[in-house]
Design a protein. Structure first.
Length: 522
């Protein structure tokens, strides 16, 4: 946005405060309410009766009225012309052509919104015009210099791929105002206050955020890669509106560019990590994998290599996962890679520094990942110390991750947490397991839904109670004779004896496998 030079006007009150004007003892005859806000971009000395061709909006006219004399209609015409032109006002030196201004003429000027000023002492109009024009020119030069500094600043920040905080700091210095950068979820990403930061943030959390240019803070939307990214808020400042708007637009563009560059780098990094993870899981050449990990600043020699798998939380994009992962490993103080191998999961590998207990890394990384809100399950494989053991370590991570649906209360899982649920989940697609379930439970599973579910629940309770009829009947809230009757029916359907240990074990395995298959591999 270019800064208009004619935005550097003085106000009428500033003109009246110039020494050359004060010496003439100015008096405002019309309302004072407009004086502080009426802009003056140019001053004319004019003694012609008709000023139509000389005056434009925001121009101030100085006159002695010598060409009008006491011609009331001439004065009225002049007021009408200046009012229609939206001039800043008219300044009349008294005791040259007239000694006083008629009240009717003052009222006419007031009705036209024209400020009428008289000078009670003689004035050197040339001094007045020079003073105003010099001040306007000085402001224009200062504005040009300030604008040049702003453009140079944002060009440098863009070339250097500056951080959001660096850009926010620059905006605050240029505008002499507090500045806040928020993302689309209204989380503060960067800020610069003019007083105590903690007090400023507390006040900011309580404040109503403007969505446009009104209120204590003006704001501008930031878009990156075609989507809304956030908003930049700039506090109240005495600097010109046009300059602040230009700074806001340049800052928004710089932040968007920086974000797009960071996004590009992350996308390239994701591709490279994807290839490296594929090579690891395919059992690639150990030397190549070692060199690639070292290139990613992931120490191998003397370090503990920790493989793992995470479940992706709902509604997480690839970019949010990448950013959350980077934040988490930075917080924990480890390096690593992460890659998608199948929908809803990510495989990862981190390197724990020599001398740091691996258990501490497991706990801290799981906590950090969950704090980022990007995962709903964290599972680790065996901790190893060399590349050749990585493939087997990732297999053990699969065993631990398979237990995640059945162990929701754990912060993280390890291979030692693997239970029957994980085993049946991993074997769920094996036709031999499905055939075993069908042979053991087939006639029961073919019953009508209500009858089937009641008998399955009775069998489950009986087996989980250690074949204790009294405990199972209490859990089911049925009488013991009723439970005996259900078990006799199950025995008849399946041709088994539920009191025989071998039959009971086989039924328990088949029942548990059926539940897992229905849940994980329906």
């Amino acid at each position: 946005m270019a800064t208009r030079l004619d935005d550097q006007s003085l106000t009428l009150s500033e003109v009246l405060d110039l020494p050359a004007v004060r010496l003439a003892q100015p008096r405002v005859l019309t309302s004072m309410s407009r004086v502080a806000t009426t802009p003056v971009s140019w001053v004319h000395v004019c003694e012609q009766p008709d000023m139509t061709d000389f005056v434009d909006a925001d121009h101030l006219v100085l006159t002695s009225g010598i060409a009008l004399g006491r011609d009331e209609s001439g004065w009225e015409h002049m007021v009408d012309v200046l009012g229609a032109k939206r001039a800043s006002g008219i300044v009349v030196e008294l005791r040259v052509a007239i000694d006083a201004v008629p009240e009717t003429l003052v009222a006419r000027a007031e009705a036209m919104g024209l400020t009428f000023i008289v000078l009670d002492r003689p004035a050197r109009f040339v001094d007045v015009t020079q003073s105003v024009h010099r001040e306007i020119a000085l402001r224009q030069v200062l504005e040009l210099e300030r604008t040049a500094v702003a453009h140079e600043t944002f060009t440098r920040l863009t070339v250097e791929s500056a951080s959001s905080q660096d850009i926010v700091d620059a905006v605050s210095r240029l505008t002499e105002a507090p500045v806040v950068l928020e993302d689309v979820n209204r989380r503060v990403l960067a800020f610069r206050s003019l007083h105590a930061p903690q007090a400023f943030l507390a006040e900011w959390d309580r404040a109503d955020k403007p969505t446009g240019g009104s209120g204590r803070f003006r704001s501008i939307s930031i878009r990156a890669d075609g989507a809304a990214w956030g908003r930049l808020f700039i506090g109240e400042t005495a600097l010109p509106e046009a300059f602040v708007s230009m700074v806001a637009e340049r800052a928004a563009a710089a932040i968007a560019f920086s974000y797009s560059q960071a996004t590009g780098r992350r996308l390239m990094g994701q591709d490279a990590q994807q290839r490296l993870m594929s090579e690891i899981l395919a059992g690639g050449a150990h030397g190549d994998i070692h060199a690639s990990l070292e290139a990613y600043d992931i120490p191998v020699d003397g370090a503990a290599l920790i493989p793992g798998i995470v479940g992706v939380a709902p509604d997480q994009s690839a970019m949010s996962m990448t950013i959350g992962w980077e934040n988490a490993i930075s917080e924990v103080g480890v390096s690593g890679i992460i890659a998608e191998r199948r929908p809803g999961t990510r495989h990862f590998l981190v390197s724990a520094p020599a001398g740091r207990p691996a258990s501490d890394v497991l706990r801290s990384l799981a906590t950090a990942l969950r704090a980022q809100g990007i995962v709903n399950a964290v599972a680790y494989g065996d901790v190893v110390s060399d590349i050749k053991s990585l493939l087997g370590a990732f297999e053990s991570a699969e065993y631990a991750f398979a237990e995640a649906p059945f162990q929701s209360g754990h912060s993280y899982l390890t291979p030692g947490d693997m239970g029957a649920g994980a085993l049946f989940s991993l074997l769920g697609t094996d036709p031999r397991l499905r055939a075993f379930v069908q042979r053991r439970l087939g006639p029961l599973l073919e019953l009508a839904a209500s009858d089937r579910d009641r008998l399955l629940a009775s069998l489950r309770s009986y087996l989980e109670a250690g074949r204790n009829i009294a405990a199972a009947s209490r859990e089911l809230h049925v009488s013991r004779p009723a439970l005996y009757a259900r078990l006799r029916r199950i025995e008849d359907l399946l041709d088994v004896d539920v009191e025989r240990r071998d039959d009971a074990v086989a039924l328990h395995i088949a029942l548990r496998a059926h539940e897992v298959i229905e849940r994980v591999h329906p």
